[in-house]
Ligand binder design. Structure first.
Ligand code: PLP
Length: 396
């Protein structure tokens, strides 16, 4: 008598949804909630990109394109990989999809047989476990900790390796951690993957948002790991284009072909207008990307200092992306405004109800000792929001 599929029922709703929905409802009632939940830049898409979208509409570039994307954009993506990552690809290696999330899904569908295991680090980006499950795989978790900047090592990878291990998802710079893997660390992980014939799905969507050090793609370590790596990237974060839905992958030709076949029967091409606009984004003036990055860095620096000055809270300085993991172990067990706080969700609820600040509970990323604050919101909001958090903690 089961109407719904077992697979469908196995997919968890987002635990962050409850908080986000409540924050929205409060805002709709006219309550001034400060939101630290944003997963997207608060900037508008740069003007040159917007204008190209308008041009594409007016010139009738509004028909189907090849399923895996237009040749011009594939060439621009190859140039990006060469210039930014020293990676040589041709358009045959590239598949353009409806956002990086879709790219990851296609990649998983292309490589997983039922029951194949995919390793991910905890805390993880919320969608990884569910995408793996939808694609028929089994997520395998590696715990990381703050002292190690939330990064896993080859020793930890060895411990979870089985006959069924098919792939590893690497996310650098990471969401929610903001951590970046250094070149030496990537080299070791690459050697491990090559030795064990494990595919690496390297999610580099935050590549352009690195404030200390530099981004390196694991695929650039050597030709063997390049063959095994599916590089994920896209326009959403760096170019402030989340709504345009353009993500892309670079992979060996066999994998790219299978991904293309899958996409051709599911969604067909990503939006034609967005593809033309993305060509201009990648090939045009990059000064807006740089300007947004500088602003993110300024906010990060302010937040890290302020958070560490609040009693009971602490955080490390993340090197990339636009998130901060705030350690709340000293808050757990306390009573705040009459409410017992035993979990990250409890704390998030109290902050929303009593301080009108929305944050994401760490449990959504698999780690209950943290809340995640995004700095993809104005400096004014950041100052006011952190003051409210400080105030509620101090009065308790
Ligand atoms: N990967 C990570 C780590 C992300 O944080 C996100 C967006 O939040 C994505 C992928 C998905 O990006 P897109 O909006 O292009 O699908």
């Amino acid at each position: 008598d089961l109407i719904l599929s077992e697979k469908g029922l196995s997919i968890s709703p987002s635990v962050t949804l409850e908080i986000t929905a409540k924050a929205k409802a409060m805002k709709a009632e006219g309550i001034d909630v400060i939101g630290f939940g944003a997963g997207e830049p608060d900037f508008n898409t740069p003007e040159n990109i917007r204008n190209e979208g308008i041009r594409a509409i007016n010139e009738g570039l509004t028909r189907y394109t090849p399923a895996s994307g237009i040749e011009e954009l594939k060439k621009a993506i190859c140039k990006k990989f060469k210039d930014d990552n020293n990676l040589d690809y041709t358009p045959k290696n590239i598949v353009i999809s409806n956002g990086a999330k879709h790219s990851i899904y296609n990649a998983l569908l292309a490589i997983l047989n039922p029951g194949d295991e995919v390793i991910i680090g905890v805390p993880y980006w919320v969608s990884y476990p569910e995408l793996i499950k939808i694609a028929g795989g089994v997520p395998v978790y590696i715990n990381t900790n703050e002292e190690e900047n939330f990064k896993f090592t080859v020793e930890k990878l060895d411990k979870v390796l089985t006959e069924k291990t098919k792939a590893l998802i690497l996310n650098s710079p990471g969401n929610p951690t903001g951590s970046i893997y250094e070149e030496e660390e990537l080299k070791m992980i690459a050697d491990w993957a090559v030795k064990n014939n494990i595919i690496v799905i390297s999610d580099e969507i935050y590549e352009k948002l690195v404030y200390d050090g530099k981004h390196v793609s694991i695929a650039s370590m050597n030709p063997e790991i390049k063959e095994l790596t599916i590089v994920i990237n896209g326009m959403s974060k760096a170019y402030a284009m989340p709504g345009w839905r353009i993500g892309f992958t670079a992979a060996n030709e066999q994998i790219a072909k299978v991904m293309n076949n899958i996409q051709s029967h599911t969604t067909s091409n990503p939006c034609s207008i967005s593809q033309y606009a993305s060509v201009v984004g990648l090939l045009g003036d990059q000064s807006e990307v740089y300007r947004m990055k500088e602003e993110f860095k300024r906010r990060r620096d302010y937040m890290v200092e302020k958070i560490n000055s609040i009693k009971g809270l602490s955080c490390r300085k993340p090197k990339g992306a636009f998130y901060i993991m705030v350690n709340i172990t000293q808050i757990k067990g306390k009573t705040i405004d009459g409410i017992q706080v035993n979990s990250s969700l409890d704390f998030a609820k109290v902050l929303l109800d009593k301080a009108r600040v929305a944050v994401i509970p760490g449990i959504g990323f698999g780690d209950d000792d943290y809340i995640r604050l995004s700095y993809a919101t104005s400096m004014e909001n950041i100052k006011e929001g952190l003051n409210r958090i400080e105030e509620i903690i101090e009065r308790n």
